[in-house]
Every structure is written in C-alpha cells, then in structure tokens.
Design a protein around this ligand. Sequence first.
Ligand code: FMN
Length: 282
Amino acid sequence: MTDAASAVAGALARRFGETVNVPPSTAGLDELLRIATHVTHRRWADRPVPDDLVRLLAACALSAPSKSDLQQADIVQVRDPARLDAIAALVPQMPWVRGAPAFLVFCGDGRRFRRIFARRGQPFVNEHLDAFFNPAVDAALVLMNFIRAAEAAGLACCPISVLRDRATELSAILELPEHVFPVAGLCAGYPAAALSVNPRLSLKASFHIDRFDDEDTDALLDEFDERWALARAQRGGPASAPPPAPVPAVGPRWSDEKAKQYSVAQRADWGAFVRAKGFGLD
Ligand SMILES: Cc1cc2nc3c(=O)[nH]c(=O)nc-3n(C[C@H](O)[C@H](O)[C@H](O)COP(=O)(O)O)c2cc1C
C-alpha cells in the first residue's frame, strides 16, 4: 500500500473502528486523507489569518452547489472588534470564539429570492417550510465548503451553532434583515496543536445499501459507546496515528453525554425566531 493509501485507511480505521478498503490506485488520495483526518479545533496558534485568505476561502466556499441555483447563502466575516466582543459575550462558555483569528457567520438568505418577485410585482407563492429549508441547506453546504477549503489551506475550524441560542441578539449585532437567518458561526485559525480524529458511529449504523436498516442500532450504539470512551481516554495523538491499543474505558460514554446534553430543552424559541424573520413554516 502507498503511504497515502495506508494513511487514509489508518485514519478511517480510527474513525469508524472498522476496515475501509483503500486501493493505492485511488485518485485524489491527498484530498481524501485531508477529509478523512478532519478534526474540529478550539485552540489557535498565535498567527493571524490574512483577510485576503479569508476572502479566497469564502469564494471557494460559495462555489458550492446551490439548490435550483437560487444562491440563498451569505457569509458575514466579522472584523470589527466591538461586534466580535458582542458576539463572544453571547457565548461565554466558548472562549475559542473571541480568541479565533478569523470569525464568520454563515446565513441562510431568503431575501434576495423574494426581491426578484418584488421587483417584478409578482406574488411570492412559495411561503412554506421549503422556502426556509432551501437556504438552510445552501448555507450548510457553504459552511462545509469553507471548512474544506480552510483545512486545505492549513487552517482549522470550529462551527458555532450555539450562537443560535441567542439568534435575536446575533441578528441585531450583524444587522440581519427579514428573511436572513444565522445557521452557524465559524472560528478559523492556524491550529495550536495536532489532534487525533474523533470517532464516528460504525458505517454499519450510518451507511445503508438499497434500504434503510437499523435493526442492529442497540448493539451498534453499545459498540460506539465503548470505542468513543476509549478514544476519549487516549485523545491527543496526531490525526493520522494508528488506532489506539485498547485500555480500560473510563468515564461517561457517548450516549450518556448526549442524553445529558439534551436533557433540557434547547433552542425551543428557534421556530418563533424564524417566523419573526418572516418565514412561513407550514
Ligand atoms: C453545524 C455544527 C454546529 C456546531 N456547533 C458547535 C458549537 O456551537 N460549539 C463547538 O464548540 N463546536 C461546535 N461544532 C463542532 C462539533 O462539536 C464537532 O464537529 C463534533 O464534536 C465532531 O468533532 P469533529 O468535527 O472533530 O469530528 C459544531 C459542528 C457542526 C457541524
């Protein structure tokens, strides 16, 4: 196996706890390795990210496919220290927001689309859930494309959807008008240290052939809980390091953490915020 092929296979084994065949002749192994070794970072090197680079990455990000070519996503790069402070103050539990060398907010934009109709004096007859869903999906694709581009350029990122807990305040800080809503913030910077990849549920749980099948969900959750706890106990090696040797698992498991995290209602006012932005959600 070539170095690149074995690096991809190693990263995926660490991620999924199972073997994924990586033929050495596969095209694009360098890019696949970058995708396979993706890690969210929350600590940044003391190195600025030039605005020109952010603009370049934004242009690459906005090259993402767009539903019906409607182009319903926008990026707001926040440079003004006062606005950055105000945004960081909304999420004090996430200090990596204020410390990030670059910070952006990815928005769904149903405004321009409606403007086309207003300019023609034509009624907008699609005021229903799909008209909200489409910009949300477009914005998510642009967000992902930005992360992909940033990681290719040697940066690391951390999306910040917790900002939607304070969507009204964020909207005021960024002056987001009617029909424009935040999907997520994004911290970007050069990473402070290498991190190992985070595990994911087995492909048996999330990759289906021909028909959806979740018969083994309980066993697959148990398997992932075990693997997640082991990885957490051993976290810290480089992203493409080989799978860790088993050690006794300690601490809570993934299912425990997620059940705890969502044991209180979160963002129950999101629907009200979106309706107040002018979207009909029926
Ligand atoms: C849409 C979205 C929103 C996220 N929001 C936050 C956030 O508010 N704060 C944070 O620290 N991480 C956030 N993350 C990062 C996830 O916690 C991270 O992707 C997940 O733990 C898996 O880790 P990995 O990306 O290193 O594989 C978000 C990720 C996504 C895709």
